[in-house]
Design a protein around this ligand. Structure first.
Ligand code: UDX
Length: 430
């Protein structure tokens, strides 16, 4: 039996919130999960998981007894000294992070008793937000709530592994004791724990994501040059990756990065810099290269097929990356609308994201499997490197496609094998 304040609270049971809650339960904590979406909470109480994340349903099931789901904030405060905020901070039209939901939660914090609480920010918030929230708490006479920044570095599709075996844990605090209490939640982990002040912790998150996005845009530009000079970017990346100062990760050229973090965080960092009077030129280029990269496939198709008007293009994969149903900022959305804009018919198949795709890619004919998507098509574009696509039924595809063209947007297929099956193959930068 736990004592009154021994549980950990999570406010906002979206992707990050649910993974954080489940992993904290796995580490032995009792966790109170709060969200304003009553339907989501009711579903979770019934064991229905709102997102696709490998291993998550099983881990929730395993730790079910240590997880409580609620829609009311006071329930969190009566049981938890430490509570995390894990609320979405989507971009506004200016590119700044939208903090309205975060501030709404702070405004809604109940007038607490004299007990001490620690608000831990998991959401990605602009540098300076922590100090603003501390001021706001003081204005609300909630000085008994301390503030700690503890950014997440979870990749969709491998979020549980990332949480339980992280490269590092970053904790930003003003009050040493509060920082130590949050650090203690991670005591079973082997990772280094970096303790610092709040703005520095906030900046580590943005700088990390912006650097990874820069690596991707860099290798994509190298790929584009490779195409001009007859070099193979996959081998170039391998050769670069042996250099430990560069590292081999995040050097896969393709049709651009998407998802709920990189596009938003890179833009937000550019905006944070701009708001403080600094023009972050490098990030402007990173964003632009990424936008152009999504469109390059259209030119490749035109090179082989001429006008795309009345041509049928099959997209394999819609999710922004494999092992997720997330379509946010997915390259598939931009690509599909460019193709539709050029008068093409677009068919698509994704192993997991189809139910969510109907709204995201309007005008696209969604198909239940690879063969129905490619039937009658003039070209196939591999958009997401789902494992299922590693072994495409090339012989069958050849019989039912109108033209035999495959554009491999992720350099995922074996070019020799595809060519040997009688297809024209084009990757990115190879
Ligand atoms: C990212 C960060 O990795 C994570 O630490 C952060 O906190 C949240 O954002 P995620 O968005 O889940 O995670 O995906 P990630 O695996 O990082 O990939 C992001 C995008 O970059 C995907 O669209 C992916 O296809 C693309 N990518 C990645 C490349 O194009 N090339 C690469 O080499 C790597």
């Amino acid at each position: 039996m736990t004592s009154k304040m021994d549980s950990v609270g999570i406010i906002g049971i979206g992707y990050v919130g649910l993974v954080t809650a489940t992993c904290l339960a796995e580490l032995g904590n009792h966790v109170v999960c709060m969200d304003i979406d009553a339907e989501k909470i009711a579903n979770l109480q019934q064991g229905q998981i709102p997102i696709y994340e490998p291993g998550l349903p099983e881990l929730i099931q395993k730790n079910r007894e240590r997880m409580t789901f609620t829609t009311t904030l006071p329930e969190v405060f009566s049981q938890c000294e430490i509570f995390f905020i894990a609320i979405d901070t989507p971009p506004t039209f200016t590119g700044d992070a939208d903090l309205r939901s975060v501030f709404a939660v702070v405004s809604a914090l109940p007038g607490l008793s004299n007990s001490h609480h620690i608000l831990v920010m998991k959401s990605t918030v602009p540098v300076g937000t922590g100090l603003k929230i501390i001021t706001k708490l003081a204005r609300q006479k909630l000085d008994k709530i301390d503030y700690v920044s503890n950014p997440e570095f979870l990749r969709e599709g491998s979020a549980i592994g990332d949480f339980l075996n992280p490269d590092r844990i970053v904790i930003g605090f003003r009050d040493q004791e509060s920082g130590e209490k949050v650090a203690a939640l991670y005591r079973k982990m082997k990772a280094p724990i970096l303790k610092t002040n709040i703005p520095t912790a906030e900046m580590i998150k943005y700088a990390s994501n912006a650097f990874l996005a820069t690596k991707i845009s860099f290798i994509n530009e190298i790929a584009n040059v490779c195409e001009e000079i007859g070099a193979d970017v996959t081998v170039v990346a391998k050769g670069m990756g042996y250099d430990q100062r560069i590292g081999r990760h995040f050097l896969n050229a393709g049709i651009g990065f998407g998802g709920s973090c990189f596009p938003k965080d890179v833009t937000a960092l550019k905006q944070i810099a701009g708001n403080s009077g600094y023009h972050f030129q490098l990030l402007t280029a990173v964003i632009e290269v990424n936008e152009l990269q999504k469109r390059r496939v259209v030119n490749k198709l035109k090179k082989h097929l001429g006008s795309l008007s009345d041509k049928t293009i099959a997209l394999l994969g819609l999710a922004f990356k494999p092992n997720t149903n997330d379509l946010r900022e997915a390259s598939s959305i931009v690509l599909a609308s460019r193709l539709l804009g050029d008068g093409a018919y677009v068919k698509a198949y994704d192993p997991v994201a189809l139910p969510d795709a109907a709204r995201a890619v309007r005008g696209v004919l969604l198909c239940d499997d690879v063969l129905s998507a490619v039937e009658g098509s003039d070209a196939v574009v591999l958009v997401t490197e789902w494992e299922e696509f590693a072994d495409l039924p090339l012989e069958k595809m050849k019989q039912i496609m109108r033209h035999h063209l495959i554009i491999d947007g992720r350099n995922f297929l074996d070019p020799e094998k595809v060519r040997a099956a009688g297809f024209t193959y084009e990757g990115i930068g190879r």
